[in-house]
Design a protein around this ligand. Sequence first.
Ligand SMILES: Nc1ncnc2c1ncn2[C@@H]1O[C@H](COP(=O)(O)OP(=O)(O)OP(=O)(O)O)[C@@H](O)[C@H]1O
Length: 249
Amino acid sequence: MLQLTELTKTFTRPGESDLVAVNKLSFEVAAGEVYGLLGPNGAGKTTTLRMVLGLLKPTSGDACVEGHSATTDPEEVKRQIGLVSASAGLYQWLTPREMLYFFADLYSVPQEQIEVKLQSLADLLDLRRFLDQRSSTLSTGQKQRVNLARALIHDPPVMLLDEPTRGLDIVGTKVIFDYVGHLRDMGKTVIVCTHRLDEAERICDRFGLLYFGRLKYEGTIQALREETGEKSLVDMFLKLMQEKQTMTA
Ligand SMILES: Nc1ncnc2c1ncn2[C@@H]1O[C@H](COP(=O)(O)OP(=O)(O)OP(=O)(O)O)[C@@H](O)[C@H]1O
């Protein structure tokens, strides 16, 4: 369970006015739910994720991850979250097996559980053929699957996926779709940040449309259609942008 309460981040900029990058953002994501946090460049998605991860201190408000405050208990919050980021790399000189053991150890997964966990992830993500091959020799798709396994090795209840399909072909994208399906089935609380609105529409249960740090719309695709009068997320965004242009014209 993830709960954001009036989460706010103001950046002070030398010689310029302050920038409210995230502005009183409140929403909840339940276990077994996939929430799409969507927004154009600069909307405040990354700043929000950094605060949820306990890496950036909010100016006010808080994010609660499984009941732990990201502000006062950031170390526990990190243990509760699995992060999948398009830009995460692998340790080239390690094999996937070594890397998964390394991260399991880092997260204090009990020794007797590591092998069991590794075997189940190897099945889930089809890693068996290359578990003992150096990561530098893996294909892009194989590396991606190892990264997905790494995020789950400590069995976190909350998963953050940041641009998970960036740079992937159809096969790689399908792996992500299936992975998100598994996460939902496992009862994880999932947040997906992406620019790919068409993909978000297929994999998310509910959406928050972020614009200039504020949640402009929130709901299921059906609720958003009724509220905006637009059919697709793309059209909803275009409408939002138009409103802003009219306001500033
Ligand atoms: N450390 C910082 N200092 C000053 N301004 C910042 C800082 N970090 C982010 N910003 C500003 O805050 C706003 C939100 O940025 P953020 O990276 O959260 O947006 P985003 O929605 O993730 O965008 P993108 O999709 O392009 O990654 C932007 O205007 C950005 O320039």
